[in-house]
Ligand binder design. Sequence first.
Ligand SMILES: NC(=O)c1ccc[n+]([C@@H]2O[C@H](COP(=O)([O-])OP(=O)(O)OC[C@H]3O[C@@H](n4cnc5c(N)ncnc54)[C@H](OP(=O)(O)O)[C@@H]3O)[C@@H](O)[C@H]2O)c1
Length: 258
Amino acid sequence: MSDLLQPMPANLLILGGTTEAYDLADRLAEHDGWHVINSLAGRTANPRLPAGETRIGGFGGIEGLARYLGECAIRAVIDVTHPFAARMGWNAAEACRLAGVPLLRLERPAWQPEPGDVWVPVETWADAAEALSQIGARRVLLAVGRQELAHFSGVENIWFLIRLVTPPEPKPNFPAAEWLYSRGPFALDDERALLDTWAIDTIVCKNSGGEATSAKLIAARERGIRVVMLQRPARPAEVTRAATVDEALSWIDDLNAG
Ligand SMILES: NC(=O)c1ccc[n+]([C@@H]2O[C@H](COP(=O)([O-])OP(=O)(O)OC[C@H]3O[C@@H](n4cnc5c(N)ncnc54)[C@H](OP(=O)(O)O)[C@@H]3O)[C@@H](O)[C@H]2O)c1
């Protein structure tokens, strides 16, 4: 067939900012029939650019996104924003409903407690800090992001082992803490040794899901160590979900066929 007779690729919008969004864009680059537009919030200076076209910055709420979907003739949207991005999923659901555009949510499944786990589920970081005092924690592995540290720096009578990827700038003032800089994935034996060496009795983390940082949960289960676990924010229940990039590609193929 001559190029002139090829159908125009349809526009697909990926709401990104996660590893899964980069993976999906890479896979779609090999897929005929779709022109991918990646959307990044613009929080990171000089972000790695995904495969396909990229736009950066907010849309201006639900109305802004609905308008964008119409103006750019978007045929489908895949929301691959981070599980802890609280707003964008709701905006996407409402904007897609208004514009009549199919929407898929691609999200790595949350970790689920297993027999032997001693989890303390919390909804906010402030609740997590309060829970530490309530449960009598003494030696805590703080496996949270640098932005969350401020919630814990004022907690009294607790020694913290603070694990981050890189040193925070400025460094919050913790009365009793050790700082540890390392990047996952973390091996189970290393996590066991970490908890034993530092006599950790409680871990604080968020329910990221995935395998890169799940070994600490197994090591905690083996030792009966409590895990104060930040729950993911709610997302609209009516939106179709995929747990893997492959599942998302099947959904896209079904759209093509439809
Ligand atoms: N929260 C986390 O822990 C976390 C971790 C890693 C990566 N991220 C990524 O960082 C971004 C921002 O996170 P957040 O927690 O601020 O999200 P959020 O609370 O869901 O979104 C806040 C606002 O940021 C804009 N926005 C968010 N994601 C966008 C995207 N992909 N493209 C264009 N605009 C976007 C939207 O602005 P408008 O209303 O103006 O459209 C949205 O209303 C997300 O894309 C997320 O995937 C977040």
